[in-house]
Design a protein around this ligand. Structure first.
Ligand SMILES: NC(=O)c1ccc[n+]([C@@H]2O[C@H](COP(=O)([O-])OP(=O)(O)OC[C@H]3O[C@@H](n4cnc5c(N)ncnc54)[C@H](O)[C@@H]3O)[C@@H](O)[C@H]2O)c1
Length: 319
């Protein structure tokens, strides 16, 4: 069988590094990662995420910025990619209200750079890491892919824009494309700015945890291994040219329940600092995953109880 080459953007990050773990288990597959080790959170964490990959014969790490078109062009000229999994982004909803221009630069201009190079170098497949946040504050849960995006933060708007650009390139240049809308991903190596990880760190050091709202906001928390299974299935999908597909767990969990599970697993009582709801925050996210089941045979298996336990086991190794 001939060797395939997959470009993973953001492959040093939380979800990207888990995806690379699984891709490197496959034979006849080269994995090329581009990541700029952005300091949105400690680059040392990203160095640690890629450490075990660096010695793998089928792995190559390119430290570059996806907004640097010339650097990307050089990379595409050197390697003929069969597929791109585009996960590099400025993530995080709240900071996007402070830095909308930076979010646009990476998430919109950076995505367009990759699509344009996919066109120029005839890359056949593009998988885009989109977000449940594109649904906005939609009262009709669970969210279905055909709902009109109603982003209420600059981050969410850049993800919706990325999906639109991916659709345009897929249509014009016959690029096999799947936009995957991830719902609140958690697990080992989770970004330190996200609630579960942030709370665990504060609780472990006896500090109060900031809770925006009254703790009843609900999220469809999705374990990272389930997300990665969905991404791998999307790489095998070729029935239609363009699809947008939710990857969630389809079980909503209120924030106060997450805090209780963390208390049990860490053996620490949380001290709560109540703050008003943030304007970019959603009251609820809830994925309808029937399309993912139908098209990708996607079937998330990790409950929040097991997932938080696994997260805490990993978290304790970082202390
Ligand atoms: N974690 C979640 O709950 C979640 C939910 C929905 C969507 N997503 C999306 O999934 C993707 C991965 O998220 P994550 O949680 O792993 O985030 P992450 O921040 O851990 O990973 C993103 C990676 O992209 C890299 N990066 C940022 N800007 C770059 C640039 N200009 N050039 C090259 N690399 C750059 C970062 O250094 C980082 O390693 C992102 O696109 C994010 O928007 C994540």
């Amino acid at each position: 069988m001939s060797e395939r080459a997959i470009l993973v953007t953001g492959g040093a990050g939380f979800i990207g590094s888990h995806l690379v773990d699984r891709l490197l288990e496959k034979e006849n597959l080269r994995v090329i990662v581009i990541d700029n080790f952005h300091d949105f959170y400690a680059p040392a964490i990203k160095q640690s995420n890629v450490r075990s990959h660096l010695t793998h014969a089928n792995y190559q790490l390119v430290q570059a910025d996806i907004t640097d078109f010339a650097a990307l062009s050089d990379l595409f000229a050197q390697t003929s990619f069969n597929a791109i999994v585009h996960l590099a982004a400025r993530a995080g909803i709240r900071p996007s209200l402070e830095q909308p221009l930076q979010y646009q630069q990476t998430n919109v201009a950076g995505t367009l750079n990759l699509l344009e190079l996919a066109r120029q170098f005839r890359v056949k497949q593009f998988i885009f890491g989109s977000s449940s946040s594109v649904y906005g504050d939609n009262p009709h849960a669970p969210f279905q892919e055909e709902y009109l995006p109603q982003p209420i933060s600059p981050y969410a708007a850049t993800k919706a824009a990325g999906e639109m650009l991916a659709y345009t390139y897929s249509h014009l240049y016959e690029i096999q494309t799947v936009c995957l809308r991830f719902f609140t991903v958690y697990g080992p190596r989770q970004r330190p700015d996200l609630a579960i990880h942030k709370f665990a760190r504060l609780m472990a050091t006896g500090q109060p945890i900031p809770v925006y709202g009254d703790g009843t906001t609900e999220r469809d928390y999705t374990y990272v291994a389930d997300i990665v299974s969905g991404v791998l299935a999307a790489l095998e999908y070729n029935q239609t040219r363009f699809e947008t597909i939710n990857l969630g767990c389809s079980q909503t969990v209120p924030l106060h329940r997450v805090i209780s599970l963390l208390e049990e697993s860490l053996g620490v009582k949380a001290r709560i600092e109540r703050l008003p709801m943030h304007p970019g925050d959603l009251a609820l996210t809830h994925a309808d995953v029937s399309k993912a089941k139908r098209l990708l045979n996607y079937s998330p298996t990790t409950t929040i109880e097991t997932g938080i336990q696994k997260f805490v086991e990993w978290f304790k190794t970082t202390l």
